[in-house]
Design a protein around this ligand. Structure first.
Ligand SMILES: [Fe+2]
Length: 491
């Protein structure tokens, strides 16, 4: 018998869904632009079984992949589990075998040494493969048409580290997939690996190095010649795991760093430049680029921890104001003998989940979109959410004109990460749409919204009713039909 615990993580809007689905031609209010031809993939953490330890954080759920296929003004919806090794072992046993988030000490003896990955963080297409990703494990490969799981890849034995980031970037010039791993030599190790993979799926080279302290290395950025990594003190150690504490804790006694890694074969740790900064929280990245010897990195930054479920290591209470993230620009000049990076705030919107027109990855760009918390808007969700801290607004920055736009989703809803869809593969930057899941928290339902990308303020041009409640998701990406077609015809 399966009974999920009566705790906030598994009740209300968070009630497990566990639905695999195929639904043809979803109900639409408004008009889907008929030129939209491709697929939006996104992933949500979803526990296959009640957690072993009675409660759990959302980040420890199994990956459930949603696929929205757009064609001729219609959209079809498919949803499947990412069948990781963990999912299969637990499915066979009929119960959870893996314990707390990134704490193998809490696992059932029968799964000791098995890959703990959940593939619950990102769904990303490159070279005709769909990668379902979680940063603590290798990349899981799925069929982008059928969503059948093919299994973990080590890129023909070329991947020498144990992990693959959930935030790879496609270099729009070379077509290479740029990615990295951390804890590359095992849990809690300081070893990192930068990888570059060709459009044909061949791992071209890797760069091994060490970070100053073990940290959650969640995202990164590329420029034409460099990979940029922010290091912030979301850290851990074996004592924490032995004590049964949450894997990560925030240590305000440690500085932050920016690492500049040359993107070329033969790079060694000695070639890497390190810059120091004040303690801060920096999770996701918007973009980066280079101009001469100057490097620019745009990312949401908070003064202090923004994740209450990974608390301060000295038990300082969570401070939502200090944990508010603002789009910020870090700058360094490689021609100077600098030891610190410069930091400048770009927007006063409280924003995270930054996204751009991905064709601008590594280049100077104009438009960015974010999930924004607008505390000035009312929240009327039963059971409430403390002080209006709800992801209730889609925000856009125009870095060329310095203007911003916002769209508020109303008092009983919240939103998930936006994703840019180009009107055509060669259309200008920002010419296209934003797709974004909206959580209807009162009716426990979900809509997929479509906006004109540079005119979000006027609200969605189409609302697609998803016939299944989608739980809070993490990341998603668009793939043009042309990039999927060879496989689609073969299927
Ligand atoms: Fe992420």
């Amino acid at each position: 018998m399966t009974t999920f615990p009566e705790v906030p993580a598994f009740t209300g809007f968070n009630t497990p869904s566990r639905v695999e689905a195929n639904v043809h031609d979803l109900n639409v209010i408004g008009t889907i632009p008929p030129e939209m031809n491709g697929t939006f993939y996104r992933v949500q953490p979803e526990h296959q079984f009640p957690p072993m330890l009675g409660n759990d954080i959302a980040f420890n759920g199994d990956g459930m992949i949603s696929m929205f296929r757009f064609k001729d003004g219609k959209v079809d919806y498919t949803q499947r589990w990412a069948k990781t090794d963990k999912w299969k072992l637990e499915n066979e046993a009929g119960r959870a075998l893996f314990g707390a988030y990134r704490n193998p000490l809490t696992d059932d003896e029968v799964v000791k040494g098995k890959i703990r990955g959940t593939a619950n963080t990102n769904a990303f297409v490159h070279g005709g493969r769909l990668y379902a990703l979680k940063e603590d494990s290798p990349a899981l490969v799925m069929d982008p048409i059928t969503l059948e799981t093919q299994g973990y890849t080590d890129f023909d034995g070329k991947m020498t580290g144990e992990t693959f980031s959930a935030h790879p970037k496609t270099d729009s010039v070379t077509g290479n997939l740029c990615s990295f791993g951390y804890a590359s030599k095992g849990l809690l190790t300081r070893d990192m690996t930068y990888y570059e993979i060709s459009p044909e799926g061949k791992l071209l080279f890797d760069v091994w190095f060490e970070v100053p302290y073990y940290a959650m290395m969640h995202d990164f950025a590329i420029t034409r010649d460099y990979a940029l990594f922010s290091v912030m003190p979301m850290t851990s150690n074996w004592q924490r795991l032995e004590a049964g504490k949450p894997h990560f804790g925030f240590d305000t006694s440690l500085p932050s760093y920016l690492a500049v890694v040359p993107r070329k074969p033969g790079t060694t740790a000695a070639d890497i430049r390190w810059y120091k900064g004040d303690t801060c929280f920096a999770g996701h990245v918007m973009n980066a680029w280079q101009e001469g010897t100057k490097l620019f990195l745009d990312l949401p930054v908070a003064k202090n921890n923004m994740m209450p479920f990974f608390p301060d290591i000295n038990d300082a209470p969570f401070d939502p104001a200090a944990g508010s993230t603002f789009l910020t620009r870090w700058t360094v000049d490689l021609s100077q003998n600098e030891e610190t990076y410069r930091s400048e705030r770009l927007s006063d919107m409280i924003g995270e989940f930054p996204r751009l027109d991905d064709r601008m990855n590594g280049k100077k760009y104009r438009y960015g979109w974010m999930v924004v918390i607008d505390p000035s808007q009312p929240v009327e969700i039963k059971g409430g959410s403390a002080g209006g801290w709800v992801m209730n607004t889609l925000g856009m920055v125009d870095l060329e004109t310095g203007t911003e736009q916002k769209w508020w989703c109303g008092p009983v809803s919240s939103i998930q990460e936006p994703c840019f869809v180009p009107r055509a593969p060669d259309s200008a930057e920002g010419d296209g749409w934003i797709v974004m899941i909206c959580n209807r928290l009162e009716t426990h339902s979900s809509d997929l919204l479509i906006f004109e990308a540079t005119d979000i303020g006027k609200g969605p041009i189409a609302t697609i009713n998803v016939p299944v409640r989608l739980r809070f998701g993490l990341h998603g990406n668009w793939a043009n039909a042309a990039d999927l077609r060879p496989l689609e015809q073969a299927a």
